[in-house]
Design a protein around this ligand. Structure first.
Ligand code: GUN
Ligand code: FE
Length: 453
């Protein structure tokens, strides 16, 4: 039985600079695992009388309520806005290479192996388990280019209870024969069959959505980009994702392939109808004034991937997050970009976001202040939910949202900074976010279901 309520220290974000830490808080779920009440300052001994006064039916009994001891926290599940599921099998390899060399030498040969459904089943089971264990309750996944393997990824997320966008990677050029869609038509037909598969296995969209996934302009012919833009227009429920202004090598080749857009990837993707309010742009490391404005006006989301940006790619530069927030571009979340970089942990992405923002502060001579812990917590939760246009359903514990949450245990054995008797709730939060790991993630809930492997 899933709990109907939690009592203790509850932490969530209401905005980039609005980290909320509630002590002695009572969170009550209704029977379909939506948040019915979040009430602060209820002493433990008053929980029973409070429950009986609430208008939830049937009312939860005290046995349905989980009382969190000191050192445990309830926080929203993490949202990973940019993740390559097949790259789960190549993590740690090819570090410090420039992006196009890394794709050719490490990534494409690895992803080509997903033509084998048995291999896909094995790696995707491990991948989804691995992210759930690390508290990632929602992910926007790139699959490989194979329709069958991509359908296996969707099946795996559904069976294991992870909320996910799943995209068949579209790529019909500038990749080896062994790992390339035959042509634009074949790529689009496979995409349509993957869209149909997700709609068939999760008709209400409770957990899953197909995401249109032109890998990036370099691997897509103009016909393919055009076809995907048409699919985006015809299916307003489908998100779109691509890589955007990641690194010098990538940007230079894109300009060569598409000379007509004045060097602007924003204008290129906009031309093909791929910049919508449901579009997730990974990286955005280099943004001209014009591109900032296009992204803001069109309401695209940014997947900030500071770990991979500082490890592979050759840019060694991460997105100007402070500048985005200053301009009111609040649809910014974190991506692990699993495969690129040294870590697939969203906690590490939060830490590296702090580091990258400090570098930006120095580079901007103090104009772009570094991010603080509340801000990176926002990026990993509500910000990510906004990027995925799921903030009406997840991202924090506002009444009416679905219950995607983690129970954090600061006292679990591991390497997290030990607690002291006098630690405030804020200190415990900081210690976990900066030094905790998956050993401190005791339980994971998606839509109220316990899903920790
Ligand atoms: N650009 C196109 N494909 C990829 C990828 O798999 N990883 C990264 N980091 N950038 C890309
Ligand atoms: Fe990526």
């Amino acid at each position: 039985m899933s709990p109907r309520g939690f009592h203790g220290t509850i932490v969530h974000s209401l905005g980039p600079s609005n980290l909320i830490i509630l002590e002695n808080a009572l969170l009550v779920l209704d029977t379909d695992s939506k948040i019915a009440h979040l009430i602060e300052d209820i002493p433990k001994e008053d929980v029973l009388s409070t429950l009986s006064s609430l208008d939830v039916s049937p009312p939860p009994t005290p046995e349905d309520v989980r009382f969190l001891p000191r050192g445990q926290l309830l926080i929203p599940g993490f949202v990973d806005t940019h993740n390559h599921a097949p790259q789960w099998a190549q993590r740690g390899l090819g570090q410090s290479m420039h992006i196009l060399d890394w794709l050719d030498r490490v990534t494409f040969p690895n992803e080509a192996r997903f033509r084998d459904p048995a291999y896909a089943r094995r790696i995707y089971a491990s991948c989804v388990d691995g992210f759930l264990r690390q508290g990632v309750t929602t992910v926007s996944y790139y699959g490989s280019l194979h329709a069958e393997a991509t359908n296996i990824l969707a099946d795996t997320c559904l069976a294991k209870g992870q909320r996910a966008f799943v995209g068949k990677c579209n790529m019909d050029r500038n990749a080896p024969d062994s790992y390339r869609d035959a042509d634009a038509g074949a790529s689009l037909r496979d995409t349509e069959s993957c869209i149909a598969h997700v709609r068939r296995i999760d008709p209400s969209g409770a957990l899953l959505r197909h995401v249109l996934t032109p890998r990036f302009a370099i691997t897509c012919s103009p016909e393919l980009l055009e076809g995907l833009g048409e699919l985006a227009a015809a299916n307003p429920d489908l998100p779109v994702q691509t890589h955007f202004n990641e690194a010098a090598q990538e940007m230079a080749f894109t300009r060569e392939l598409f000379p007509g857009f004045g060097g602007s990837e924003a204008d290129l993707y906009r031309h093909y109808g791929l910049l919508t309010t449901r579009t997730i742009l990974a990286h955005c490391c280099y943004m001209s004034e014009h591109e900032m404005e296009v992204v803001r006006e069109l309401g695209c989301g940014v997947a900030h991937c500071p770990v991979s940006n500082m490890t592979v790619g050759g840019g060694f530069m991460a997105a100007p997050v402070r500048e985005f927030l200053r301009r009111g571009i609040v649809k910014v979340g974190l991506g692990t970009d699993s495969g690129g970089g040294f870590s697939s942990s969203i906690l590490d992405a939060m830490r590296q976001a702090l580091v990258a923002s400090n570098a930006r502060e120095v580079m901007s001579e103090g104009r772009d202040k570094g991010l603080d812990i509340g801000e990176v917590f926002y990026l990993a939760t509500l910000g990510g939910a906004r990027v995925c246009c799921l903030d009406d359903r997840i991202g924090n514990f506002e009444v009416g949202k679905e219950f995607d949450a983690l129970v954090i245990d600061a006292n679990a054995s591991g390497v997290m900074t030990m607690l002291e008797d006098h630690d405030s709730a804020r200190v415990i939060v900081d210690k976990f976010l900066l030094t905790g790991d998956d050993r401190n993630i005791k339980e994971v809930f998606v839509r109220g279901r316990s899903v920790k492997p």
